[in-house]
Design a protein around this ligand. Sequence first.
Ligand code: 13P
Length: 252
Amino acid sequence: MLIAGNWKMHLDARGANELARGVMDATADAGPVQVAVCPPYVHLGALSSTLKNSRVRLGAQNMHSADKGPFTGEISASMLLSVGCHYVILGHSERRQKFGETDASVNAKVKRALRTGLVPIICVGEHLRERSAGAEKEVVASQIKFALEDLKLVAPNALVIAYEPVWAIGTGKTATPGQAQEIHALIRSLLVRQFGGEVASGVHILYGGSMNPGNARELLVQPDVDGGLIGGASLKAEDFGAIVEIAQSVSR
Ligand code: 13P
């Protein structure tokens, strides 16, 4: 199980440090559950020190696909690695919708992250209009196919997938456990086809979209739900810690 917090564009330096300390305390006894926080770029260096010697890993929310160059305002994978990042979220729906992220750019970033030694958390998920049209499987399968194009994977822990139905993000509406499991099983089958059963069975497939301490258990007990990517509820150490505790209690 992996529980990761996506802090999005929230918190100043002091707030981020306080939350990181809170998460550290709240998750100190998480047993086998892996824990990560993904703060805004500017806090990564400081939080790397704060979280040193703790079990909480650090992730970024995006990166550029090039290693360096004339890309004002952008951040590379090797920079993220050098400040202590383990994970990088790629292809979040907010980036696809609001910042022109495409399947091709996600694929290029995934390749760069893997080559550099970062673990990409690749986000996929359908819009409400797509689900209403019964096209959710087609949409997710296509996003997975493009994100993973030409990719070889030898170790399951080199990659994480997050299923985040867009209509469930920040809305308080969560996918039902059945809806989540159905898409997670589809993602698993695509991973099996590309990487083989042994690797695919070990890849963490996270659910994201209004997960909170009240609904986490029913989602996390699903056989192909291997954790959560948490937005709003990750901004309160107590709630995030409670989700990690639930993950621990249902851990496989
Ligand atoms: P919420 O948990 O706030 O719905 O956000 C989910 C998300 O987008 C995580 O990446």
